[in-house]
Each structure stands twice: as structure tokens, then as C-alpha cells.
Ligand binder design. Structure first.
Ligand code: SF4
Ligand SMILES: [Zn+2]
Length: 97
């Protein structure tokens, strides 16, 4: 799987998990749907392509301020929980680092 595809899937998992646990909706709430669409669009348009760094280590950080704050909150919540809910993906993520 390409890096961009992998990251798209990871973002999708993380936002889904965050929404389920914090907003308790069935499927994504409108705000999380907007954030997901935005994050996926950023990934597709990433100027680094397959050589992209981790977004949080990126010098450009192409996110607008409010979306950046939102995605960081999602990462803080879902990042540590990935090992419980998506252990195989989390292991792959560690290996890639
Ligand atoms: S933050 Fe950086 S690495 Fe992430 S999508 Fe934007 S330009 Fe690419
Ligand atoms: Zn939500």
C-alpha cells in the first residue's frame, strides 16, 4: 500500500474513533465529516507525495489553523488508542518510523 493510501486510512480510523467516543453519533458527525474530508484532501494534494514526512513533523504544515487544532486533538485522543483498536496498523506504523 502506498504511503498516502496508508495515511488516508489511518486518518479515517482516527477520526472515526474520536467521533464515536466523544460525539457518540452513529457514523461521523458533521464536524468530523468536514475534518475528515479536509484531511484527506490535504493528503491527496501533499506537495511531498510519497516522500512526505509525518504531518506533525512537516515544515510547511499545510493545514489552516482551526483544522490543525482539530486534527491535533484527534491525534492526541486516538493515537494512543490505536494500539487497542487497530493493533496491526499500529505495529506497522511503529515499524515504518
Ligand atoms: S502537513 Fe505537510 S506532510 Fe502533511 S499533507 Fe500538508 S504538506 Fe503534506
Ligand atoms: Zn464527531
Amino acid at each position: 500500500m502506498s504511503k498516502i493510501s496508508y495515511e488516508k486510512r489511518t486518518v479515517d480510523y482516527m477520526i472515526g474513533l474520536y467521533c464515536r467516543k466523544n460525539h457518540r453519533t452513529n457514523g461521523l458527525c458533521p464536524d468530523c465529516e468536514t475534518l475528515k474530508d479536509y484531511a484527506l484532501d490535504r493528503l491527496i494534494k501533499c506537495p511531498f507525495g510519497e516522500d512526505k514526512p509525518a504531518c506533525k513533523e512537516c515544515k510547511i504544515h499545510c493545514y489552516q489553523a482551526d483544522m490543525k487544532a482539530n486534527i491535533l486533538e484527534v491525534m492526541r485522543f486516538s493515537g494512543p488508542r490505536m494500539i487497542i483498536y487497530f493493533p496491526l496498523d499500529y505495529l506497522k506504523h511503529l515499524i515504518r518510523k
